[in-house]
Design a protein around this ligand. Structure first.
Ligand code: NDP
Ligand code: MG
Length: 381
C-alpha cells in the first residue's frame, strides 16, 4: 500500500490521479490533498478519500474545511504543502500544481527521500539544476507524469545513456496548429482553450496553443534525462498516438504508443516498475486510426518553442525568466488583458533584458521569478 500526497488535487491531473487511486484501493491511499481555491470541487474529494491532512491556499477556505471536517488537519500555503509532502507516513508525492509555486515542496520531498511523480513541469524549468542535483544526492526517483517524458522514460528502460542518438518529443500542435501567424492575430481565449486532443487545465492548454508547452517540455527532458539540447528534437504529430521516442546510435527507434489519456502515464508513475490494469482507458486501435501524420516544426511560426530552446541553451537563471514571464503572460491573456501574440512578445522582452546568473540558488530563483512577473506586468503599462 502506497500512501500518497497529492498537490493540485482539484486540477485536471489531480482529478485523474484520484481516478487511478479510486481504481486500485488495495494499492494506494491518500495521505494528503492540497488544492488552491476551488472548495466546491475539493469538498466531495475530501469526503470520499478521507485524507489525514488537507492543504489550502486561503485562510477563509481553511476555516471552511475545518468546520466541515473537524477531524482533519488543515494546513496553509507553501509551508503546508512542504509539511504534507515530507510527513513520515508519505511514500509518494504527486506534484500536480500549476506553476513554479510547486518548487519548494518538490525540493523538500526530495530531501525527505520520497518518491516523486512529477507533473509540475514548471518546477524543472525554473530550477532544473537544483532539483536534479538534490534528486541525485538523495538518490530519489523522479518519475515523469508528462506523457512525452513518460514515453521517453519507458523507451529508455535499461539502455545505456551513451548509446542514445537523440530524443524526439512529439507535439500535437495545440488549438492553432493550422493557423498562420496572420490568423493568430485575432484569436480569442475561448478559441485557445479548445484543444483538439487533450482536456487539460487552462494554463497548459494556452501553452499548447503557443507551443511554449513543448518548449517547457524540451527543458524538462534536458533535466530529467541529462541530455544536451542539441540531442533533443520536436516533431509535429497530430494524432498524439506516439507519445515520444528515443533514437539510438544503431538507428533503432523505440517509441511508446497509446490512446491519448493522462491516466496511463499517471498510473505508470504510481506503479513503477510494475504495471496494473487500466481497463477504463480505451485500447489503442491502429486499424481504426489507420494513418499517422508527421510534420517538421516551424520555429518561426511557433516562436515560443524557439525562445525556449534559446533560454535552455543559455541556461542558468534564463529558464527561470522564461517560465515566470510565460506564467505571467498567460495569466494576462486568460484575463483578456493582452492578445495571444503578445504572450511571445512579453516573454522575449523579459529574456532580452535579463542578465544570466549561473547556478542560481533557491532564494535567487524565487526572487527572479517575482521580479520577472512584475516586469512583465510593467511592460503592459
Ligand atoms: P489545473 O489548472 O487543472 O490544476 C492546477 C491545480 O493546482 C489545481 O488543483 C489548483 O487549485 C492548484 N493550484 C494552482 N495554483 C496554486 C497555488 N498557488 N497553490 C497551490 N495550489 C495551486 O492544471 P493541470 O492539472 O492541467 O496541470 C498541473 C500541472 O501538470 C502543470 O504543471 C501542467 O503543466 C502539468 N501537466 C498537465 C497535463 C494535463 O493533461 N493537464 C499534462 C502534462 C503535464 P485550485 O484550482 O483549487 O485553485
Ligand atoms: Mg506533455
Amino acid at each position: 500500500m502506497k500512501q500518497i500526497t497529492l498537490l493540485g488535487a482539484t486540477g485536471s491531473i489531480g482529478i485523474q490521479t484520484l481516478e487511478v487511486i479510486r481504481l486500485h484501493p488495495d494499492h494506494f491511499s491518500v495521505y494528503a490533498l492540497a488544492f488552491g481555491k476551488n472548495i466546491e470541487k475539493a469538498l466531495p474529494l475530501i469526503k470520499e478519500f478521507s485524507p489525514k491532512v488537507v492543504v489550502v491556499q486561503d485562510k477563509t477556505i481553511k476555516e471552511q474545511v475545518e468546520s466541515e471536517f473537524p477531524a482533519i488537519q488543515v494546513l496553509l500555503g507553501t509551508e503546508g504543502m512542504i509539511a504534507a509532502s515530507t510527513a513520515a507516513d508519505v511514500d509518494v508525492l504527486v506534484n500536480a500544481v500549476m506553476g513554479s509555486v510547486g518548487l519548494p515542496a518538490t525540493l523538500a520531498a526530495i530531501e525527505a527521500q520520497k518518491v516523486i511523480a512529477i507533473a509540475n513541469k514548471e518546477t524543472l524549468v525554473t530550477a532544473g539544476h537544483l532539483v536534479m542535483e538534490a534528486a541525485n544526492r538523495y538518490n530519489v526517483d523522479l518519475l515523469p507524469v508528462d506523457s512525452e517524458h513518460s514515453a521517453i522514460f519507458q523507451s529508455l528502460n535499461g539502455e545505456r545513456p551513451d548509446t542514445i542518438e537523440r530524443l524526439v518529443l512529439t507535439a500535437s500542435g495545440g488549438s492553432f496548429r493550422d493557423k498562420t501567424r496572420e490568423e493568430l492575430k485575432g484569436v480569442t481565449v475561448e478559441d485557445a482553450l479548445n484543444h483538439p486532443n487533450w482536456s487539460m487545465g487552462a494554463k497548459i492548454t494556452i501553452d499548447s496553443a503557443s507551443m511554449m508547452n513543448k518548449g517547457l517540455e524540451v527543458i524538462e527532458a534536458h533535466w530529467l534525462f541529462d541530455i544536451p539540447y542539441e540531442q533533443i528534437d520536436v516533431i509535429l504529430h497530430r494524432e498524439s498516438v506516439i507519445h515520444s521516442m528515443v533514437e539510438y546510435k544503431d538507428r533503432s527507434v523505440i517509441a511508446q504508443l497509446g490512446t491519448p489519456d493522462m491516466k496511463v502515464p499517471i498510473q505508470y508513475a504510481l506503479t513503477y516498475p510494475d504495471r496494473l490494469d487500466l481497463s477504463m482507458t480505451k485500447r489503442l486501435n491502429l486499424e481504426e486510426i489507420a494513418t499517422l501524420h508527421f510534420q517538421p516544426m516551424d520555429y518561426e511560426r511557433f516562436r515560443c518553442l524557439k525562445l525556449a530552446f534559446q533560454a535552455g541553451k543559455e541556461g542558468g537563471s534564463m529558464t527561470t525568466v522564461l517560465n515566470a514571464a510565460n506564467e505571467q503572460a498567460v495569466e494576462l491573456f486568460l484575463k483578456g488583458k493582452i492578445s495571444f501574440l503578445d504572450i511571445e512578445t512579453l516573454i522575449e522582452q523579459a529574456l532580452e533584458s535579463h542578465q544570466t546568473i549561473d547556478k542560481p540558488d533557491l532564494d535567487t530563483i524565487l526572487a527572479i521569478d517575482q521580479e520577472t512577473r512584475s516586469q512583465v506586468c510593467s511592460y503592459l503599462k
